[in-house]
Design a protein around this ligand. Structure first.
Ligand code: ZN
Length: 122
């Protein structure tokens, strides 16, 4: 499943009716940016993925198209991170993309995540 970064298009549009949603990390077969994600931001994403996870049932198996054929990783579901009126919608597969393929999410999203994380941990 590929959705352009920060697109208002989402995997399940009915879940976000009337919401200003942005998709992050729906890579399809290519990693658009490679880089190091700060460990505290990965921790923040893990925190919110546990807190705001939405299963999409057995039909929602996501397969990593970046991995070599035959040993592709799979995951289920998505999670949401809301900040400043925007709902970022991320696949659970994003952790695999970050940890195995060195994926670096868009700077705009990482900045929003950092502000939210700092704000909510005070
Ligand atoms: Zn992979």
């Amino acid at each position: 499943m590929h959705i352009p970064e920060l697109s208002p298009e989402t995997y399940r549009p009915s879940m976000h009716a009337g919401i200003d949603a942005r998709s992050v990390g729906w890579l399809g077969g290519e990693v658009p940016r490679v880089g190091q994600v700060a460990l505290d931001l990965v921790e923040a994403m893990r925190h919110y993925s546990a807190k705001c996870y939405h299963s999409d049932g057995y039909r929602g198996v996501h397969t990593c198209e970046v991995c070599n054929k035959g040993k592709r990783a799979t995951s289920h579901g998505e999670f949401w991170i809301e900040w400043d009126g925007i709902r970022y919608v991320l696949p659970m597969m994003i952790f695999h993309y970050i940890e195995v393929h060195g994926y670096l999410p868009p700077a705009e999203f990482l900045a929003a995540l950092q502000r939210k994380w700092l704000n909510e941990r005070q």
